[in-house]
Design a protein around this ligand. Sequence first.
Ligand code: PHB
Length: 393
Amino acid sequence: MKTTLKTALAGLAISTAMSSAAFAEDIKVGVLLPYSGVFAALAQDIDDGFTLGLETFGADSGATFQLVREDTEVKPPVGLAKTKKLVLQDEVDVLMGVVSSGVLGAIRDTVDGAKVPLIVANAGNDEATGKDCSPYITRISFSNQQVNRPMGQWMVDQGVKRVFTIAPDYAAGRQMIDAFTTAFTAAGGEVIGQDWPAFQKTQDYGPFLANARASGADAVFVFFAGGEAISFVKQYDSFGMKAAMPLYGSGFLTSSLYVNAQGPAAEGVITALHYVPTLDNPENAALVAAFKAKTGRIPSEYAVQGYDSARALIEAVKSGATDRQTLAAALPKVSFTGPRGELKIDPATNNVIQPIHVYETVAGADGLTQKVLATLPAEADPANGCTMPAAIN
Ligand code: PHB
């Protein structure tokens, strides 16, 4: 992980379009991802999407990229130490990555204080584009509230009125469930019970499933991701819960990255997300084909977040960014049409604005697939206490 890699980009040296590009040397990208632990598969998918994005969009940029990868291990203190190493010792031009909301919370002050741009390629921590927003933090992925808020009204509209919630007890679990609860309650629904299993420590969800069953709720709404999502969905099914209490959640629960490891247990689960690989548009078709050719897998939301992060970086460089400061200023201004559709960043918070797709996991010809039931319109998050400085100095 600590080895420094040079991406083999075509047009490595110079492009006419960028002949006077001021990044005289390689652009050094500090990659902060949890290559070990419960989110290791997510990290690899983001990394694969990012390198594919650099290859796809970088060729005519006139820029070359050097990646310095560090393993954050899903541990906030480790993420902070690795951030300091990348910023102070490696002197990277830009940071990219971060999967856990806990790690993002831990590194926010260091990123802001060092004035190094960070492209968030996953972690949904609402505070990073809310009360703790920074002109150095641009989020290309999603926010925790953005993915979960629309499900409140949608589920009430489907006749679901009383819900039990379960999520791991850390920043993302709390924020995702809080956003859902607020919207669901405002729409007339009732959350009749909540459980918060210990994050990264719970293997047996039996006691939480027993509480949900005893509650008599119409349905259960959860957030889990990575290895925990695989365990939870399988245990929900083997507990015999699915028929009596349909399972809903944020779409990471049944991500295309690991839904086939969940198998038939995932069938019929209804969740919401900003990207599913079945979206029907030419940019997505191109990504699916290229990602399959590169990795043998279909791209998940994690892969697209890495891919779009690379594209955002390249667009910022093409717009004339020359160093940390100008990159930070250029990143929130990028916009393009990608696999998710039109991608743009809210200047009030530096968070991506995008539609949310409600999807059901169904059996397809090559295993489980995602059937989109509804696409809920893009909505910018409220500023949530963010007062973005007008200029960077
Ligand atoms: C987060 O901690 O913000 C997080 C982690 C994994 C996901 C989504 C959000 O799939």
